[in-house]
Design a protein around this ligand. Structure first.
Ligand SMILES: [Zn+2]
Length: 260
């Protein structure tokens, strides 16, 4: 009975947000996760042409985010390439975006890369990890307890626990993936990139589904619907996009030995 009463009294919005780490917490978590990544993975130097290219693309897209939003949610977007043969990319809360060199090595166009960068920016911008984290906490506690806590207003956020949870890996929902694709499309189009690049990257993941793309597919499940939604969006945009631009050869050659 108590559950029903509290459920009715607590505003729906509060139920959705109370467990979500704040913007400042997300930035703090992201910095701690970044420190771990630097310890455990090889981050390519700032002078690497691949790092320079993803920064150029990412910063151009971030510059399209309205100033008012940047002020209210001051995420610190930073772009890195990790040396790894895996086909993968991910974003950490607060702004860190990481693309694996193995993925870039398989790409053929700058637009493919822009598609992945734009998609990852939206995961940060729309706080998808924080929402997934809040959902996981609710699942862990169980709805009954959650509703009781909401009534008591007793919730302490633990950054260390959140950082651990990041490494366990929370699957993004289909809704979040669809949103990252949809709004990532707008970011790409906003800097005059061809969104077909993202569709081509999906094809790359699909071809490699049984090999090294496992991790990306776990965090970014691909579905036929998702690819089709992107193709429909391109068709319905009534825009003509410039042809895709080839990736500079020097970004692919060092990794050619990995390509079957
Ligand atoms: Zn994603």
């Amino acid at each position: 009975m108590l559950i029903v009463v509290v459920g009715l009294v607590a505003p729906r919005h509060a139920q959705a947000d109370i467990f979500r780490p704040s913007v400042q917490d997300q930035i703090k978590i992201g910095k701690q996760v970044h420190d771990q990544i630097v310890k455990e993975a090889k981050v390519l130097p700032d002078s690497d042409p691949r790092t320079q290219l993803i920064r150029q693309l990412g910063e151009a897209m971030v510059a399209k985010i309205p100033e008012s939003e940047r002020k209210s949610r001051p995420f610190e977007y930073r772009f890195y390439v990790l040396q790894s043969r895996e086909l993968n990319a991910f974003a950490v809360p607060g702004g860190g975006i990481y693309i694996y060199s193995g993925l870039i090595a398989r790409m053929r166009t700058v637009d493919q890369l822009a598609g992945v960068v734009g998609h990852e920016i939206i995961h940060v911008r729309n706080q998808h990890w924080a929402s997934a984290y809040a959902d996981s906490i609710k699942r862990r506690l169980g709805l009954t307890i959650v509703l009781t806590l909401l009534g008591a207003g007793d919730w302490v956020f633990d950054v260390a626990d959140a950082v651990d949870t990041f490494f366990v890996g929370l699957p993004y929902s289909r809704r979040h993936e669809a949103e990252a694709d949809r709004l990532g499309f707008d970011l790409m189009a906003g800097i005059n990139m061809n969104p077909q690049g993202l569709v081509d990257t999906f094809a790359l993941f699909a071809e490699n589904e049984d090999t090294s793309a496992g991790d990306f597919l776990r965090t970014h499940p691909l579905s036929r619907d998702r690819v089709k939604a992107m193709q429909d969006r391109i068709a319905k945009s009534n825009r003509s996009f410039p042809p895709q631009r080839p990736l500079p050869l020097n970004m692919r050659v060092p990794n050619l030995r990995w390509v079957r």
